[in-house]
Design a protein around this ligand. Structure first.
Ligand SMILES: [Zn+2]
Ligand SMILES: [Zn+2]
Length: 140
């Protein structure tokens, strides 16, 4: 099972301004995870969601593959499990929000040095241009 792809799905849901009605509640809960003020809060919120949306693993064999585990078809449980796996394997600081105040979209920081600050190259370059203009108008 590829937990990172579930985590990426969770991020897409957080960034979806108009999710399908059946995912609205989950989206609000995941937004709260990403908006956590500190790591303890983030982990406590994820742990609460892990209790509320338990995963039900199933052995599956298809397309000539060996038996392997699938999470039962429950997108909420998979999303929560995916985010929890990212925190466990990479760290809670990998769940980021874009530093551009007008954007603040969620992202997963998979950079090797945990340096990611913006959701996209577009937001990063917009911030660079703004910083450049600010320096110039200060006469530097
Ligand atoms: Zn499979
Ligand atoms: Zn952004």
């Amino acid at each position: 099972m590829d937990l990172t792809s579930y985590a990426e799905w969770a991020v897409r849901l957080v960034n979806d301004p108009d999710p399908p009605p059946e995912l609205r509640g989950l989206r609000d809960e995941l937004v709260a995870v990403f908006a956590s003020a500190d790591e303890d809060t983030l982990v406590a919120r994820l742990n609460a969601l892990l209790v509320r949306y338990p995963v039900r693993p199933q052995l599956s064999g298809h397309d000539g593959q060996r038996w392997h585990l699938h999470l039962a078809d429950d997108s909420a449980a998979c999303a929560v499990m995916g985010l929890a796996a990212v925190v466990a394997e990479l760290g809670a600081d990998r769940l980021g929000r874009c530093q551009d105040a007008r954007c603040s979209r969620a992202f997963l920081d998979t950079s090797s040095n945990r340096s990611r600050r913006y959701c996209s190259a577009r937001c990063a370059s917009r911030a660079n241009v703004a910083a450049y203009r600010a320096r110039r108008s200060n006469g530097q």
